[in-house]
Design a protein around this ligand. Structure first.
Ligand code: ATP
Length: 231
């Protein structure tokens, strides 16, 4: 039986130190994101934003405190099943020497007709792709074409969206797209993430104005928490 998550995430006094360097990247962090909410995380370089995302992905276990998904402790969940329900867009895009289609459909066991195209549309990269002679069959990497930084980011976003995840995590992955394209993607997200949980790590304030909740990290701690208007 595969449990399907609602998508509520809670951090309860979570601390985490990288074992190799001894850097305490997350210090006594507590917050809650309800199912269907849009949480934005901001803070300067090195404040712990990516670490927070990595902890939700369970790349690492917490040293103290608890992370809970739908009130169940993350370390008690089946990791594969859990990760399958999360769309994670990492800061560093990784693409394969394969077709655009296979890059977007990566990890899916079965691709329905139109599914890849729809994900590309929602990630605002569809028009770029159909401009190539071979369209979705265009090869990337050594044997193929090189995409721009912003196009790579959007292919990576399409890969996350195609899973129709319960939880979507964007780790600062809109840095290389222009403001107009960013708005288009965020507008699409508003639709497709209805009733689902979205965590967006960002730099630009404009990116997060529609967030239900904003967390400001500094040196691994939450220094402010609230809505755009409250902060
Ligand atoms: P940026 O905006 O630059 O991406 P960030 O807010 O995402 O920064 P993190 O990447 O979470 O910050 O880093 C928090 C702290 O943990 C930093 O001091 C960083 O040097 C350290 N750190 C990050 N990743 C690792 C790692 N894999 N091993 C050891 N230390 C790390």
């Amino acid at each position: 039986e595969t449990p399907v998550f609602d998508g509520k995430i809670s951090f309860k006094n979570v601390s985490f130190t990288y074992p190799d360097t001894g850097i305490e990247a997350i210090k006594d962090v507590s917050f809650e994101v309800e199912k269907g909410q849009f949480l934005a995380v901001i803070g300067r370089t090195g404040s712990g934003k990516s670490t927070l995302a990595n902890l939700i992905m369970r790349m690492y276990d917490t040293d103290s405190g608890k992370i809970e998904i739908d009130d169940i402790e993350l370390r008690n969940l089946n990791l594969t099943n859990y990760r399958n329900q999360i769309g994670f867009v990492p800061q560093e895009v990784f693409l394969f020497s394969d077709t655009i289609k296979n890059n977007i459909a990566f990890g899916l066991s079965e691709v329905k007709p139109g599914q890849v195209e729809k994900a590309a549309q929602n990630a605002a990269v569809y028009n770029n792709i159909i401009d190539f002679d071979l369209k979705f069959e265009t090869m990337l990497g050594e044997r193929g074409i090189t995409l721009s930084g912003g196009q790579k980011q959007r292919v990576s976003i399409a890969r996350a969206l195609i899973k129709e995840p319960k939880i979507l995590i964007f780790d600062d992955c809109l840095s290389a797209v222009d403001t107009k394209t960013e708005e288009e993607i965020l507008g699409n997200l508003g639709q497709i993430m209805k009733g689902k949980t979205c965590i967006l790590i960002a730099h630009r304030i404009s990116t997060i104005k529609n967030a239900d909740k904003i967390i400001v990290l500094d040196d691994g701690k939450i220094i402010e928490q609230g809505t755009h208007q409250e902060l």
